[in-house]
Structure formats: C-alpha cells, structure tokens
Write a protein that binds this ligand. Structure first.
Ligand code: M6R
Length: 596
C-alpha cells in the first residue's frame, strides 16, 4: 500500500520532516517516491524511482518550509517511472496531490479535463485529481470545498492528500485507505498538524492522533482543523486519542531487520495477547455458543490463524465454526443470519477484503467481533466488539508476532467455550515461558546454520496435521514471501494424493509435529517422503529416526502451533538474508493490503 505524509504548521523544516516521515513508511514497500515542499510561493518537487536511500535534508527540503506532502508509491496505473511518481500537480502548479487507491473513472475524467485545456505529464489515474480540484476551485475559490466537490466525481476507494500553496492548506479525504492526523500541540497551543497513512510516520513528533473515517475529509492550515462529511459537507466532531505504544517499540533497536526484532518481540507479545479480560473472553465465548453460525474470516497469515482456530474449537470445545478467506467470504453470504457471528482477524485492521466481509455481515444484521492489532484502525472502529492483540507495532511485511498473538487469543476463547478458561490461560502462560527459553542465541544460530545448508534449494515442502496443517501453510507463506524460495505446505495425509510426485533425492521437507494423536500418522507420512529421497527436517518436541535434522521445540499440547511456527519464522528470515533479500520489504508486497 502506498504511503502518504503531509505537514502544515509552525515548524520550518517541513522538508526534513517529510523525508523522515517517508522513511518511517518504507516498511510498507514501494517502487518510487516523491516530496513537494512549499518554497516561497511555488512548489519544490523531487521524485525518483527506487529506494529513498541517502537523500539528505540539505539536498532537498533543507530550506525553510512549513508545508509539505510526500508519498511512497506502489505502481498500479502507469509503470514505475519518475513521471508517474507522486505528487502530481495541477496546470498552474499551485495544487499538489498524493493518492492511495484507484480512481476507477479516471479515463473519462481525463478526457473531459483535456477538453478543457488541461495537459497531463503522467500515465497515472492520480493526475486527474489536482486538475479536477483546480477546475472546482475556479467556481468557489475555497480550497477545502474544491477538494470536496472534486471527490464527488471519483469512483473507487481512495485516500488523497492535497496541498495548496495559495491558501497554505492541506486537505485530505478518504473512502477506503486509512489516514490519520497527528496533532502537534506544544505549550502555547497548536503548532501544526501531520496527516499520514500510518502513525510511525509522525510518531517522533506527537502521539496524539485523530482518525479520519470512511467518507470523511479534513482540512487544516496548521492552526485550525475541520472535519467534514464528503457527501454533504456537514461538519463532524472528532476525538483526540493518545497512542499507548512508544517510539522504541516501533523502531529496530539493535536488530538489522524489523522481522528479526519482531520475531524476538514474541518473548513478550504472546503474554500480552493472553492477558485479556476474563469477563470479556467469557462473554465472547457465550456469544459464539449462542450464535447461529460463527464465521472466522481473514487474509494471508491471519487466515492461517483462523484455520488453526477451527481445530482449537473442535478439539478443545467440540464446537463447529466456519472458516473462509476474506476474499471468498462474500460467496457464503446466504448462510449469514441476524444471529450469526462474524469473527475477523487482522494485524493492520485495514485489509480491504476483511472490511468487505464485515460489510457483507452487517448487511445481514450479523454482529462482528474483531481480533486486531492496530487500535483505532478501520476494522477496530467498524466492529461491534474488538479484542486487541497487543503485539505492538509490526512493521516488517511478513507477519510474525501478530500471528502468535492471534493464535493465543483464539485458543483462549476455545478454552472459555469449553468452560476451562483457567486451564487455557495457564497453558498459554506456560507456553509463553517456553517460548522465552526457546528463543535463545543457540536456537537462532542453529536455524541460521540450517538456512545456510538449504539456501540454494529451489523447492521446499512443509507438512503438518491438525493445527500443524495451517501452520504448514503459514510456513510456506513465510518462506515464499521473504526468501522467494518455492515453498508449499500440505496436509500430511494429502501427500499420497498428488504432491509426493514432486519429491526427488535430497528435496528438503519440513515436518511439523506435536506430542498428540496426529503424531503416528505424520511420522508415517514422513517415512513416505524419506523413502522417495526427501531430506526430512523435523520440528517438534521429540526426536525420531526419520528426521535428518531436528529442531527441538518445547512441548505445548494444544498450543503447539504457537511454538512450532517460531523456528520457521527464524529459518525464513535467515533464508532471505543469506539469499541477499530484504525480509522487511519483500518485492510485490505491501504491509497492509487496502485494495481488493
Ligand atoms: O493486516 P492483516 O493481518 O489483515 O493482513 C493480512 C495479510 O495481508 C497478511 O497476513 C500477509 O499475508 C502477510 N504478508 C503475511 O506475512
């Protein structure tokens, strides 16, 4: 997802702030970037493709400037070129716009604007926005109103941030992607406002935020701020919220990559996830018991947590739940009733497919429970009820600590449903303590050595049974996305129905085990692989002869999935690093996927 940043206020280093803001949004992934600063009466614009790199404040933005916008772009309409990078300007250069999302009817708008004499420099859909605002501005002379009426012409879901040199204003609007306002309040009152697509962009300057909701716009000159409904123009009240996590939690510290830091954070984050209010967990369990159908819905890694939860609910509570990837959920809307319950799981709280699933459920009158990491995110605000994962900011694109928090909360709910909440909490707290012991330097080194050994392999397979099956699927995602090794996960018993044909002499196969009823079956499956020449890497509490390599993981009973996925995360990290890839920013991926 693209990154958006803007500042207006008393500070005179808006260029430096913008560069810094963009660097704090780099984790979302991007292919090009750009900054516009008001320099006197005109705009100083710098754009480029590739990483922001070492751009220094004296090369750009070092001049006194109090109004800036900036952007990191993921190309959708128009290739990765300097011209297509944002910001885009209007005809007379007084309006600059950065944008996340798609203006679906841009071709039609572009044709009309061309007929009115506007010229275009890029192939993007975004460029119609400043030109259209310019046209609207001619009608009233009011910049905020011009942005509002321009928005009424756009089809699609978007977040835009527009700067106007004449009125010295920033105006932002959203119908989809997130935008958050940072309030720069000093002793003498308001010093300015930040507007960004994520809090880390301005967190160093303020931890007081205001969230822009879907269908809302905000306008500010750095002294005052106004929130309005885009459709009607009506003013909206807006609460200020203090962010509870701190800057250090959002930074890498001594780690080379966020991914490794976030893997290590799990020593504390899982315990924070488990530390939920017992009364609330019981109320949720009761809602699940009473619901006419409970649906667990999420995307990617979070969807694998939901799949694992299906086993938790079955084994621990003997209760049936339905699980679907959010992108498929719409097709099951017939099964939703006013007394059905939708449970959505999301790290970012901004995933478009999940938000759509929530809207489908709301249309049917069903209630929505969100298990979400980012407090104040759209999913958090739109759900009827939220449980926070409390993993702290997760900035690497690969999700690690959010997943183990999600698994812990879902397992806790399953225990509550079985009326064994105390037992579940004790098990999970013991598991977090095992996790703490396990993530020691020797363990990490062992996985680095294993990564060294298999780094040149082209294919890697992972098998699991029971809750280890979704963890096998998750293992594949983790390895694929950061190392670009072809990895696939299978239900162990499915091997003989096709995938085993892929096995050749020396093919590395990871076998996820637990000390449970699935153990004997999966060991037989491992034997089948070995008989075809596979190199077997066992992950689990016990060593078996069939393993060529064994990564020891403490025994955790029904919480085994939480521990078994940790060595995979570390292995994936080292596979990426050894293959020269940046695990924090995998190619073609964004941290939160706000488009369908
Ligand atoms: O923010 P969310 O948890 O809703 O994101 C869902 C997926 O996009 C996410 O888990 C994705 O699969 C990760 N890159 C996996 O590491």
């Amino acid at each position: 997802m693209c990154g958006i940043f803007g500042y207006v206020g008393k500070r005179t280093d808006a260029g430096v702030i913008a560069i810094d803001g963009l660097k704090n949004l780099e984790y979302r992934g991007y292919d090009s970037w750009g900054i516009a600063c008001k320099d006197g009466k005109t705009l100083d614009v710098k754009k480029d493709i590739g990483p922001i790199g070492d751009i220094q404040s004296d090369q750009f933005g070092g001049k006194a400037c109090s109004l800036s916008i900036a952007h990191t772009r993921w190309a959708t309409h128009g290739g990765v070129t300097q011209r297509n990078a944002h910001p885009h300007l209007c005809e007379d250069g007084t309006i600059a716009v950065v944008h996340n999302g798609i203006v679906e009817n841009y071709l039609e708008l572009r044709r009309d604007l061309k007929a009115k004499g506007h010229t275009f420099q890029s192939e993007t859909d975004t460029e119609v926005i400043p030109h259209l605002i310019e046209e609207e501005l001619k009608k009233t002379g009011d910049f905020a109103e011009a942005v509002r009426t321009a928005c009424l012409h756009f089809d699609g879901r978007y977040a835009i941030l527009a700067l106007h040199t004449e009125s010295n204003m920033l105006v932002a609007a959203r119908t989809g992607s997130p935008l958050i306002i940072g309030v720069d309040r000093q002793q003498n009152g308001i010093d300015g406002y930040f507007i960004a697509s994520d809090i880390p962009a301005f967190m160093k300057h303020t931890r007081v935020v205001q969230y822009l909701d879907d269908g809302e716009m905000v306008s500010t000159d750095g002294k005052t701020i106004t929130f309005q409904d885009i459709k009607t123009g009506d003013k909206r009240p807006k609460r200020e919220i203090a962010i509870t996590w701190n800057v250090e939690q959002a930074q890498k510290g001594d780690y080379e990559h966020f991914m490794l830091k976030e893997i290590m954070d799990q020593k504390e984050s899982v315990a924070r996830a488990v530390n939920q209010d017992e009364g609330e967990i019981r109320t949720i369990a009761e809602a699940i018991r009473r619901a006419k159908g409970t649906f667990l819905v999420a995307c990617g890694t979070a969807a694998k947590a939901c799949m694992a939860a299906e086993y938790f609910f079955s084994v621990v509570a003997e209760h049936h739940v339905n699980v679907a990837p959010a992108s498929e959920f719409k097709l099951f809307h017939h099964f939703l009733k006013p007394d059905s319950l939708l449970i959505v799981v999301s790290q970012s709280g901004e995933t478009a497919d999940v938000l759509e699933a929530m809207r489908v459920a709301r249309d049917k009158g069903s209630k929505v429970l969100a298990i979400v990491n980012v407090e104040g995110s759209t999913i958090d605000r739109e759900a009827d009820y939220t449980l926070l994962i409390n993993a702290g900011p997760e900035r690497a694109v690969p999700s690690t600590k959010a997943l183990t928090g999600q698994l812990a909360i879902l397992l806790l709910i399953a225990y509550a449903l079985a009326e064994r909440l105390k037992e579940g909490r004790t098990l999970l707290l013991e598991t977090t303590s095992s996790l703490n012991d396990m993530l020691n330097p020797r363990f990490v080194e062992r996985l680095e050595t294993l990564a060294e050994k298999i780094q040149s392999e082209e294919d890697l397979y992972i098998i699991g049974k029971s809750w280890n099956y979704p963890m096998a699927l998750e293992s594949a995602i983790k390895i694929q996305e950061v190392s670009y090794v072809h990895a696939e996960g299978f239900a162990a018993g499915e091997l003989k129905h096709g995938p085993i044909a892929l096995i050749e002499e020396g093919t590395p196969c990871i076998v996820l085990t637990g000390n449970d009823e699935a153990l004997q079956d999966i060991l037989s499956n491992a034997q089948e692989l070995k008989a075809r020449g596979a190199m077997i890497i066992g992950i689990g509490p016990k060593k078996f002869d069939v393993f060529d390599e064994w990564i020891k993981v403490p025994e955790a009973g029904t919480a085994q999935a939480i521990l078994n996925i940790i060595p995979i995360q570390v292995l994936a990290y080292f596979l990426a690093v050894k293959r020269g890839k940046n695990p924090d920013m995998p190619r073609n991926l964004a941290k939160s996927v706000t488009v369908k």
